[in-house]
Design a protein. Sequence first.
Length: 492
Amino acid sequence: MSIENPITSVDNEPATSVAGRLTGHLGTGSVIFMVVAAAAPLTVIAGTVPIGIAVGDGAAFPAMYVICAVILLLFATGFMAMTRHIPQAGGFYAYVGHGLGRSAGLGAAFLAVLSYTAVLVAVYGYIGSALNALISSHGGPPFPWWGYTSVILVFTAVLGYRHIDLSSKVLGVLLIAEVAIVIIVDAFVVGHNGSGHGMSTAALHPAAIASGAPGIALIFALAGFLGFEATAVYRDEARDPERTIPRATYGALILIGVFYAISSWSVISAWGDSGSVQEATTNPGGMLAATAQRVIGGAGADIVQVLLVSSLFAAVLSFHNVTARYLFALGNTGVLPSAWGRSHHKHASPYAASVAVTVLAGLILVICIAAGLDPVTEVFTWFAGIATLGVVALMLFTCLAVLVFFRRTRLDTRTWNTIIAPGIGLVALAACFVLTVANLPLLVGGSTTLAAIFAGGLAASLLAGPVVARLRPNAHAISQTVFDAQKLDELL
């Protein structure tokens, strides 16, 4: 069966849930908090930006965030045009299923679950290492990274089990704190006129943008936007989904793009163009803290360290919630065990799916621990590389689904929203996908064999769609319908 429309109680508290329904009254701001927190802004500025500077196009790297934001806004135009015609909160798989058919939709669902689980595991590895570094640097006893990760895993499981409003409040506080410290660093850099030689202008020059390895720079910039598209997953828990979801999607994209571009520009300006490349190359993990110490003082560096941990936790909680809602949707449509499609009678949360995500992530982490993988250079880097490739592929399929859906149904005749924007977005995302595949070995530690294994796993999850469609003909039945306006009105 399909996911029902949201229900809320009169007093805005979680209503007693009906099995198969999620409830909530998330507004635009709350949904933005959820998805921007998943993007982990402080983690991106502290971790991804130095890598983009060092191995990408140097001091011109901020321009890549602008380019990515434009590409994703084109994608979002078609994505949001189709949102009002999708009665499900299934995220990418619902869109692909309605546009390209049931088999493709199921393949996208499995690919999404694998991709979001991968990024969840990646961040679990990073946060364990970051906590260990923070505590040991302040005189705490040394402890294995996986011990700290285990504590975070349990805490995340508790919040994921509860009503979504609790998670959104926690994420809101953490997000405000991490964004605030970066903005303070930005303000100090601008106040000091960069490194004393003026603010960087490299990102304004096409020759500088195209220098070095712009393809790699584009991939790392695109990775910073992972999670923005998850606004659609919260459809059933939004106060007014037809307005809240589009506003939150555009708002999150613009905020993320502007924040990344300005903050990376200020970090570069604090060191100068050549100095920033040198610092990013020699001290990638500590570049932001060093920048804060340089322009604010030791207290600023300490605050950055603490808030980096909170930023990682916000990302863990957000991706946990997104993955749980994918499993919930798949359980609700009979693709996965129906128990995963049940909502809690009190918290109106996808509690069974949330538990399943915790167990799945825990098992993968146990394998990583047994294999002796480094939490940052291997667990984080490898699994983040898998997730980037998977999500780019999902957006590519979704863009194609939008074009096919509107051409077939004629439910929206706006040329820009249904043809031009998604068409340009499709071409741009195809280019990003090719670049990601070509550079996948770099993203997973330089191993061609490992890159082939991971890419094969993603391909297998996508091909599982047609297999499940044949084995379970009644599952995900809504995507079997050939839509026209009358049938869609009946479904809605």
